[in-house]
Design a binder for this molecule. Structure first.
Ligand SMILES: Nc1ncnc2c1ncn2[C@@H]1O[C@H](COP(=O)(O)OP(=O)(O)O)[C@@H](O)[C@H]1O
Ligand SMILES: [Mg+2]
Length: 322
């Protein structure tokens, strides 16, 4: 009620807010190993432990924290990140590395903090404790200018495409180029048409967002996310609101564009089918920590019952409805 809220994360764009800086009680990234030692459940976990999980007595018993090798460098790293809103703890010791040049998926039930994760990557939210690194640079430690530069590395596809309703598709896609570069209109036009061709919208340049289907809006948002040639592209639930066929097409498109452009793609979703289709690397998020992360093929084969249940979408297993 009268409890004082720590809302440091709510005014992240003010550099003065960063001067005090979020607490940097960061240990070596070895933190992940620490949790990895804490009893990784085997295949033969007795059923009463399943019941305990449901009652919330052992919330982290399935979190081996195992970070399997991905054979690349980390484009983004979360190190012991904690984040609460008031009394509501969302991230609670999050350790995660997002590999460069792969398509990574962060999977978790709705409301687990996936969007909160994305906002930490681009410095729209700051951790209460721990650190977030982009290409080895601490995001919470950046001053405003550095943050501004860092954000140019990112393309972001928001949930609904987040297009400007008053602009046609071509102007929407041109917007970041006009805003962030001094390229001439001819070059901008050429870049936008190429990107829109890439996502199959060459016939919709003059259309306004309200004339587009949900799938087309997402593709336009995708084209816009690509125009600055980002090193990292973030997709927040790209499959939400799409039927299965359009989801499959969008997944295919993400793979094609990634194969063409490279970079670290981070796709956030609760849709397991999308993960099966496009993920090179998977991290399962639950209760503010990564249960396990690693190459998709290994995670789909994980001996961890929780991971297996989650990735197969089965009703039976340690993951209860909450
Ligand atoms: N700015 C904020 N202030 C307070 N609570 C927030 C804020 N952003 C997210 N939350 C809370 O954090 C939790 C996780 O949200 P979110 O990351 O959006 O989940 P999801 O995994 O579905 O993307 C939710 O309970 C949400 O209400
Ligand atoms: Mg979300």
């Amino acid at each position: 009620m009268a409890e004082e809220r720590d809302d440091r994360g709510d005014r992240p764009l003010d550099p003065r807010a960063m001067e005090q800086g979020p607490a940097r009680e960061v240990e070596a990234p070895g933190g992940a190993q620490r949790t990895a030692e804490q009893g990784r459940p085997g295949d033969d976990v007795p059923s009463n432990i399943v019941a305990q999980t449901r009652e919330g007595e052992e919330p982290y018993q399935w979190h081996s924290g195992l970070k399997r090798e991905h054979g690349s460098t980390d484009a983004i790293e979360f190190i012991d990140v904690e984040k609460s809103f008031g009394r509501n703890t969302i991230l609670n010791g999050l350790n995660l590395g997002i590999p460069d040049n792969q398509i990574s998926m962060i999977l978790g039930p709705s409301g687990t903090g996936k969007s909160v994760c994305i906002k930490h990557m681009v410095g729209l939210l700051y951790p209460d404790r721990g650190d977030v690194l982009v290409h080895g640079q601490s995001v919470p430690g950046m001053v405003d200018d550095e943050l501004f530069e860092m954000r140019k590395k990112f393309g972001v596809l928001f949930q609904d495409g987040a297009l400007f309703g008053s602009m046609n598709v071509l102007d929407n896609v041109a917007f970041p180029l006009r805003q962030h570069t001094d390229k001439g209109e001819e070059e901008i036009d050429e870049i936008c048409r190429r990107r829109l061709r890439e996502v199959g919208l060459q016939g919709a340049l003059d259309k306004f967002p309200n004339e587009l289907s949900g799938g087309m809006r997402k593709r336009a948002g995708f084209a816009r996310a690509l125009v600055l040639d980002p090193d990292i592209v973030l997709f927040d639930e790209p499959d939400s609101g799409l039927d299965p066929v359009r989801t499959a097409l969008l997944c295919e498109l993400i793979q094609e564009v990634h194969a063409e452009n490279g970079g670290a793609y981070v796709v956030i979703t609760h849709d397991i089918m999308s993960a099966r289709r496009v993920a090179d690397y998977i991290a399962v998020l639950w209760k503010g920590r990564i249960v396990e992360s690693g190459p998709a093929s290994e995670l789909f084969d994980s001996p961890n019952q929780f991971v297996r249940q989650f990735l197969s979408g089965e009703a039976r297993g340690p993951l209860g409805m909450e």
